[in-house]
Write a protein that binds this ligand. Structure first.
Ligand code: ADP
Length: 618
């Protein structure tokens, strides 16, 4: 037995020194306590964790040093029951500083038992804060990745999937469980050839980074345009351990881009073929684009024009004219137009120039110059203006001639009529019957000539005798006319139906003449029945539209225009007397007032004469 002890002792000694070694060098904190929780000894880790030396503890009570009622209860329970307790990752909140970072501890409180009695406790504390923090950090990152909108894929160095976030599930239609551990290119099919894939892999391992656009297909075969950014992950020795790739769906962007390209091509094609000049300038007045029409006019190609200025293309004298308007457009930021006359390569041109600014952030970024060649149109207009001026001059001369002629003819005609009447009175019955008849013809013709000359005079005075326009109450004018025509209207038993009449802007005397002529005609051209005349008006925009309607003989449609011409009559003089001037006078009056006159009629159904007069001086 003694022998046995002699053999075992060095062994025990060895074990003890090994345990002491562990006790003193382990990173876990270990304390031996007696039954009353007085420290027997603590290891280095324990002492240095609370910034003390191991000797500071011997004989001191644990709960006097670190009062904590909850822990004290646990200690008592272990001592009293003899049952050890273990805690895993138990958080420790500093009682005097609750906002200090929480630390986590693995606890074991084990009783030391001798003769079935608890003689003390061994407290072991291991700081597991780093493990807990690292795990939480990982969880947070995983959660974050799961919630980013871009598909994110983690792969090992063989491109086998080890991470697949929610966005990747949605985009590629593969569930996480279906893809984990699988080779990525077996899951996501692309349009890349094997050779291209190998090239990309090489580039990735060389640069540690890769970015490219690629067509990829979802589980159901849907085609996607993907923007792919892949980063290599390396260990501390620089060896690649895996890859993280972020994939953005750019299908919509691609589609918009395609659409934009198509639209741009359409626009460019349209502008290119427009039959007038289109030149686009940048903000420095440099030409960026000139369409085919421009290029053929200036006989320059694209590259000669691009970057050039107006001066370089048109020469300094001509460009100065364009640049004046271009400058105004640049300064004002609004469209500016103008007319430019110039001589280019020996021939005359007239352009209607329009500069339209293209704004970006309220600044002129480009200017679109549109030049219409209007040389022919302008020359035709100028020619037309010349003819018009000539026409109005000769018209005026004619009117003056008609006025002078009719005015000067009045007197000799009056003389001829009165002497032929005198002749008829004095010599009637004293010559033969044929002579009496001839004289009566002369008298009648003279009278007709006299009324023709009178009417012609009135007609020619319309434009030579212009009075200032005023506001005219047509109801008053109509009453005066009806008063003047009372005998004619009574004799013919005419019935009149007059509606309310407006105020117009014009020459009172002429308007009176207008109503009078139309009412006289309505009576004169009556049929079998006594005349029924309706006069009224309705507003039509800024004009008043009047009508004088009768139940007379009516007019064939083919004569609707003709009756307004001077001296144009539809009936023999003996049936319906007149000079054929009345309606042409009406037309002239209405047109002098800026209005129109027309007739609606049918033979035997009466006629309605319409005319418009301005409601105001606007
Ligand atoms: P005039 O009355 O002297 O003949 P107008 O110039 O007033 O000359 O009229 C031209 C012609 O238009 C008339 O000769 C007549 O044939 C036709 N006319 C004018 N007013 C009427 C009317 N209210 N009804 C039918 N015919 C008319």
């Amino acid at each position: 037995m003694e022998n046995e002890l002699q053999i075992k002792q060095p062994k025990l000694h060895e074990t003890l020194s090994m345990l002491m070694n562990i006790f003193n060098h382990t990173s876990s904190m270990i304390a031996f306590l007696d039954r009353d929780f007085n420290f027997i000894s603590v290891n280095n880790a324990y002492a240095s964790a609370v910034n003390r030396s191991v000797d500071d503890f011997a004989g001191k009570n644990h709960f006097e040093m670190y009062p904590d009622s909850e822990n004290q209860q646990i200690f008592c329970k272990v001592r009293d029951t003899g049952e050890a307790v273990y805690y895993h990752e138990k958080p420790f909140v500093y009682p005097d500083d609750p906002h200090k970072k929480i630390t986590y501890w693995n606890w074991s409180l084990v009783p030391t038992i001798e003769d079935n009695k608890v003689t003390g406790l061994v407290l072991t504390l291991t700081d597991v804060t780093d493990t807990v923090d690292a795990r939480r950090d990982l969880q947070m990152k995983a959660m974050l990745l799961d919630n980013v909108s871009d598909a994110t894929v983690g792969m090992d160095r063989n491109f086998c999937v080890i991470y697949w976030n929610k966005a990747a599930e949605e985009l590629f239609e593969w569930n996480r469980e279906e893809v984990l551990g699988k080779y990525l290119l077996d899951i996501i099919k692309t349009d890349f050839t094997d050779k291209k894939v190998e090239e990309l892999k090489d580039e990735l391992s060389k640069n540690g980074y890769l970015s490219f656009e690629v067509v990829q297909y979802t589980k159901s075969g849907r085609k996607l345009y993907i923007e792919n950014v892949t980063h290599a992950i390396c260990d501390s020795g620089g060896q690649i351990t895996g890859y993280v790739s972020v994939r953005k769906d750019i299908s919509e962007r691609k589609r918009q881009l395609e659409l934009l390209k198509i639209n741009e091509a359409r626009f460019r094609n349209a502008v290119e073929n427009l039959p007038f000049f289109v030149i686009i300038y940048d903000a420095d007045r440099k030409i960026q684009f000139a369409n085919a029409y421009t290029r053929s006019f200036v006989e320059m190609e694209h590259d000669e024009l691009t970057g050039n200025t107006n001066e370089g293309v048109f020469g300094s004298e001509t460009s100065a004219k364009f640049d004046l308007i271009l400058e105004e457009c640049l300064d004002s930021g609004t469209s500016v137009s103008g007319e430019i006359r110039l001589i280019y390569r020996g021939s005359k041109h007239i352009f209607c120039v329009n500069y339209v600014p293209v704004l970006q952030d309220s600044k002129v970024y480009q200017i679109m110059g549109i030049y219409h060649e209007i040389t022919d149109k302008k020359e035709a207009e100028e020619k037309q203006l010349k003819i018009l001026r000539e026409l109005s001059r000769s018209n005026k001369e004619l009117e003056e001639f008609a006025y002078i002629a009719s005015h000067d003819l009045q007197e000799p005609v009056r003389m001829a009529v009165s002497f032929s009447e005198l002749l008829s009175r004095k010599y009637s019955g004293r010559m033969d019957q044929e002579a009496d008849e001839f004289i009566s013809y002369i008298v009648a013709a003279g009278k007709r000539m006299s009324s023709l000359i009178r009417d012609l005079l009135i007609y020619s005075r319309i434009n030579t005798n212009i009075r200032p326009f005023e506001y005219v109450n047509t109801a008053d004018v109509l009453s005066e006319v009806l008063e003047d025509l009372k005998i004619l209207l009574d004799e013919s038993r005419a019935k009149l139906n007059c509606h309310s009449m407006p105020v117009v802007f014009g020459d009172r005397i002429q308007i009176r003449q207008l109503f009078q002529n139309l009412i006289v005609n309505a009576v004169k051209f009556r049929g079998q029945n006594s005349p029924v005349i309706e006069i009224g008006c309705r507003q039509n925009g800024i004009m008043h539209e009047f009508f004088v309607r009768d139940n007379g003989i009516g007019i064939e449609e083919e004569f609707f225009e003709k009756i307004f011409l001077i001296f144009q009559r539809l009936h023999a003089h003996d049936k319906y007397p007149g000079t054929g001037i009345g309606l042409s006078l009406c037309k002239k009056i209405v047109e002098t007032h800026g209005g129109k006159i027309w007739v609606e009629s049918a033979p035997g159904k009466g006629s309605a004469f319409y005319f418009t007069l301005s409601a105001s001086d606007a």
